[in-house]
Ligand binder design. Structure first.
Ligand code: SIN
Ligand code: CO
Length: 388
């Protein structure tokens, strides 16, 4: 995709302009981002998903047994029969992992790294339904799927912003409205992280949230240092072969801090390990139990493909690749695999293609490393055979 092409999705802005002026900075309303949008899933199908064991869902009732009652799925068949006429919302996470037509919407967001995308959540709201004024710590594109919803945006928030007293929901105590729009099907509102927002259904409505992810500084530091720790031998310690006699033995001198700082810096600045950790961390599946492989020999793989079998990416798997010195790294579902530079096009194909078959894999099956890579991805569960 050319980053200087005006995009309907972005209201005629190019990806470059959007990233420069709006991304992580300010909201953007796009009328008819998806022209004549027809939701690939309806309210009944969404409710059906919320019954499934493996699907993460919530119900928020503004006037339930207590104000802003939260009920967690999976739900029983009769869970929706005694709900009030108004003022409740059913939210279903990661619908893109369960409904391929919803995953297809993500193709429109390919101007952003796929490892930044978290999921497509879909909510169904009865008239008046809302999850209350709140802020999220991540970017979101809110696409109106069906019906109409009023969105108000407010102030920038942070962890000091006052919340109402609630055990499960983070609802803002104060909302300082700065703008408001009513969205119709196909309209989309981009919100940067931490911007207060408050969406209320004007009619029965479906709202798609394309949510992004960014690790917190605390996560980066704790996880990366844990990862580094595995590679550090026990004998590597604080050392002071350059020590001088001390004037007060109880004082921690600053030269000790300098030695510590040098020890930390030496390991923290290892870019190869940082990349390995980051690729693994960012491709960890949201639902690891959905990424299950199968035994498969190289010969069986070739036979199946020759008989017309198609491999598709497990919708719950995450994949990314990178350059590491003169080699390449593939990251798949939380694991990393160093690969020779000659496999670059195969890596790109595996990460990007929805379907791998004898025609596009062709030559790679004759390459020992290429064949083994595809086989390993099937055994690990990141790729799987499409049902006929
Ligand atoms: C919703 O779909 O009702 C909530 C989406 C959000 O505000 O993040
Ligand atoms: Co939100």
């Amino acid at each position: 995709m050319n980053s200087d092409t005006p995009l309907q999705l972005l209201g005629g802005l190019t990806a470059r302009e959007f990233l420069r002026d709006y991304w992580q900075k300010k909201p953007l309303l796009v009328r008819q981002a998806f022209p004549d949008f027809v939701s690939p899933i309806d309210a009944d199908e969404l409710a059906g998903l919320a019954l499934e064991e493996e699907v993460e869902s919530r119900l928020v009732l503004e006037h339930g047994e207590r104000p802003w009652e939260l009920r967690r799925g999976p739900f029983a068949e009769d869970a929706f029969s005694d709900l009030p006429e108004r003022d409740w919302t059913l939210l279903v996470q990661a619908v893109d992992q369960f409904v391929p037509e919803v995953a297809e919407l993500l193709e429109e967001f390919r101007f952003l790294p796929s490892w930044r995308i978290d999921d497509v959540m879909i909510s169904y709201a009865a008239p008046g339904g809302s999850v209350g004024p709140h802020f999220d710590n991540y970017d979101v594109f809110l696409l109106q799927g069906d019906g109409t919803r009023n969105w108000k945006v407010g102030q920038m928030c942070n962890s000091d912003s006052a919340l109402i007293d609630h055990a499960d929901l983070r609802i803002l105590a104060d909302f300082e409205q700065s703008d408001e729009w009513t969205l119709e099907p196909g309209d989309m509102l981009y919100l940067p992280p931490r911007l207060a927002h408050y969406g209320v259904a004007e009619s029965e409505c479906l709202t798609y949230s394309v949510g992004f992810r960014a690790p917190s500084a605390a996560e980066v530091l704790t996880h990366f240092t844990d990862f580094l720790g595995q590679f550090l031998p026990d004998e590597e310690r604080y050392s002071d072969a350059d020590a001088q006699p001390v004037s007060d033995p109880h004082q921690i001198q600053h030269d000790a801090l300098d030695r510590l700082k040098a020890l930390i810096d030496k390991h923290m600045s290892d870019k190869d390990l940082l990349l390995t950790w980051f690729g693994q961390f960012m491709t960890e599946p949201r639902y690891p139990e959905q990424v299950v492989g199968e035994e498969l020999s190289e010969q069986e793989l070739i036979n199946y493909l020759e008989q017309g079998a198609v491999l598709i990416r497990n919708p719950s798997a995450r994949m990314a690749w990178s350059e590491l010195n003169d080699d390449l790294m593939l990251f798949a579902s939380g694991r990393s695999c160093p690969l020779p530079a000659k496999l670059r096009e195969l890596l790109k194909l595996v990460c990007a293609a929805d379907a791998l078959h004898i025609d596009n894999l062709g030559q790679w099956l004759q390459d020992e490393d290429g064949l083994m890579l595809v086989q390993q991805l099937v055994m690990q569960g990141s790729l799987g055979f499409a049902d006929e």
